[in-house]
Design a binder for this molecule. Structure first.
Ligand SMILES: NC(=O)c1ccc[n+]([C@@H]2O[C@H](COP(=O)([O-])OP(=O)(O)OC[C@H]3O[C@@H](n4cnc5c(N)ncnc54)[C@H](OP(=O)(O)O)[C@@H]3O)[C@@H](O)[C@H]2O)c1
Length: 264
């Protein structure tokens, strides 16, 4: 099977680093024209340069926009009025004592992790259904199902995205547009590496340190190592492709077996 996204335009939100940047590189490598996004001009352009370096000759545009705001959303829609593939990757996380999470923090998490993707889906879905082809994806998390006690404000937004994704899939039924979520498990991003180092210390080489981190702090993982961002990106690229035409309304797991369930 060859994943061919030639002639398709993809937007990956929150893609200045981490999983989003890996997704942007992979989609570009499959032939898509890609729009990357970060909050500042510097991070957006750095991401665009990174994709160009990884995929020489690709069509990539960096857009600076805070997608938690109407203005930021308008800036992205202005820069990319039509996309064929929308990857709602943007998501923030932090750990906090559940009793200390105030209303402002709950609202912020809802705005960034849920509403930003809802707003863009609402804007792009009609064009996709009109053209008879499109792919919308939400990058979810194991935390949607296994709510972490120290991250309920994060986990709950990811649970919400499962409903959002399933609901938009129904809205697009029979149109040739698919809508899915991808449940990522613990992934080797800069933020997660720093967090693992905090818990395990700096003495061990990274490969060993991450195995200790997983064994002691993420024992549910069947993979017993962090997932590399590219491994998430491969599934996103497949779901973005014409090959995945019969998968819609689904939550597809790339979680290293973290969620203890025998059903998808
Ligand atoms: N890392 C994991 O282990 C893991 C596991 C499961 C699921 N996930 C999910 O995967 C997705 C990506 O996570 P990640 O760890 O790769 O993220 P990350 O490394 O923290 O990167 C976040 C990106 O989002 C951008 N960003 C933040 N706020 C923004 C806003 N309001 N508007 C536009 N861009 C914004 C940042 O750009 P600037 O630098 O310009 O601010 C940055 O590029 C998230 O949805 C996360 O919940 C991650």
């Amino acid at each position: 099977m060859r994943i061919d996204l030639d002639g398709r335009r993809a937007l990956v939100t929150g893609s200045a680093q981490g999983i989003g940047l890996a997704i942007a590189r992979t989609l570009a490598a499959c032939g898509a024209a890609v729009v990357v996004n970060g909050r500042s001009e510097e991070t957006a352009q750095r991401a665009a340069a990174d994709v160009r370096e990884h995929v020489p000759g690709c069509d990539v545009l960096g857009v600076a926009a805070d997608l938690a705001t109407d203005e930021g959303t308008a800036a992205v829609l202005d820069a990319a009025p039509h996309v064929d593939v929308l990857v709602n990757n943007l998501g923030i996380f932090s750990s906090a004592d559940p009793l200390a999470i105030d209303d402002a923090t709950w609202r912020r998490y809802f705005e960034v992790n849920v509403l930003a993707g809802v707003r863009l889906t609402r804007a792009y879905l009609p064009g996709m259904t009109e053209r008879g082809w499109g792919r919308v994806q939400f990058v979810g998390s194991d935390s949607a199902v296994v709510i972490p006690a120290e991250m309920i404000h994060y986990g709950v937004t990811k649970t919400a995205l499962l409903g959002v994704s399933r609901g938009f899939a129904k809205a697009a039924a029979g149109t040739g547009v698919t809508v899915n979520s991808v449940l990522a498990g613990p992934t080797h991003t800069g933020g997660v590496e720093a967090f693992a180092r905090e818990l395990v210390g700096d003495d061990l080489p990274w490969d060993e340190a991450q195995r200790v981190f997983m064994r002691e702090h993420r024992p549910q993982s069947l993979l017993q190592r962090l997932i590399e961002p590219e491994e998430i990106a491969h599934t996103v690229a497949y779901l973005a492709s014409p090959l995945a035409s019969a998968t819609t309304g689904a939550a597809v797991r790339v979680d290293g077996g973290y969620i203890d369930s025998i059903v998808p």
